[in-house]
Design a protein around this ligand. Structure first.
Ligand code: IPE
Ligand code: IPE
Ligand code: MG
Length: 253
């Protein structure tokens, strides 16, 4: 990858004088919003905004690596986004396929492990095939885990988990009394990942839009007015500065 930061850079070097003060979350989740507005501001078609957004993805993964963030979950396509005009859905699917094809060698170079969550069976076959290939190619990588939320809805995920538990109960594998937070979490798409510590949403909207409803229960939330294609390393560091100031009490005193 033609990243601006050198791979060998430590957190300290990447952050300059601020590093001592920064708390680094283990898992950052991002609602990558504002691609359309970014394009509109420039008199470009919406798809140009999505293309520019793909560049931000590459840059932010690189920054996570430099900063020591282990898990990055990116909301790339929601279950509700299927309701956009077919032309835009097709363009997004084509871009996703191209992203996966083009970026897999770079993910290998950068030791990035790709994951995906969502109703992946709803993705078109050509995208699904590329996704499966990229996930298996990068499966043994040990650097940043980039988890793409695709055809993802938080409610659908909770419904899927409930279905799984009902099936287990019907098969006599579990009783109602055995179901607790831990058992429920183990049924979620993110079963083997820690919950996000920090949620960032770009482009200023103050809502979750059906993202990680279960996992975000105690995440710190940072909303920035920056549009996703403009969100790069410095913006991530700004969000981490904000996160560092937060007092995470988890209901305690
Ligand atoms: C985010 O940008 C990308 C997706 C939801 C796929 P948008 O396409 O939502 O951009 P805005 O919100 O219209 O600016
Ligand atoms: C949320 O953005 C979904 C993604 C970023 C993939 P949207 O643009 O779809 O959300 P709303 O419609 O503004 O809530
Ligand atoms: Mg949007």
């Amino acid at each position: 990858m033609k990243f601006t930061l050198k791979k060998k850079k430590t957190n300290t070097e990447a952050l300059g004088n601020d590093s001592a003060e920064l708390k680094i979350p283990e898992h950052v989740a991002i609602i990558m919003d504002g691609n359309g507005r970014w394009a509109k501001k420039r008199g470009l078609p919406r798809v140009a905004g999505h293309r520019a957004g793909a560049d931000s993805v590459r840059k932010i993964v690189e920054s996570c690596d430099a900063l020591g963030i282990k898990f990055l979950t990116l909301y790339a396509f929601s279950s509700e986004n299927w309701n956009r005009p077919q032309k835009e859905v097709n363009a997004l699917m084509d871009l996703l396929e191209k992203f996966l094809k083009d970026k897999t060698p770079e993910m290998m170079e950068d030791n990035v492990k790709l994951r995906a969550i969502g109703r992946l069976d709803k993705l078109p076959e050509h995208v699904r095939a590329e996704l499966d290939k990229a996930i298996s190619t990068t499966a043994e990588n040990t650097g940043v885990t980039m988890n793409l939320a695709l055809s993802y809805g938080g409610r659908e995920e909770i419904v899927d988990a409930a279905k799984q538990l009902v099936r287990k109960a019907a098969a006599g594998e579990i009783t109602a009394d055995e179901v607790d937070n831990e058992v429920f979490s183990a049924q979620m798409y993110t079963a083997d990942m820690p919950d996000p510590d920090l949620l960032i949403r770009t482009s200023g909207e103050l809502r979750l839009s059906n993202f990680l409803l279960w996992q975000l229960s105690y995440a710190e939330i940072v909303i920035t007015d920056k549009l996703w294609p403009d969100f790069r390393h410095d913006a991530l560091v700004d969000a981490l500065r904000e996160y560092t100031k937060r007092d995470r009490r988890f209901g305690k005193l």
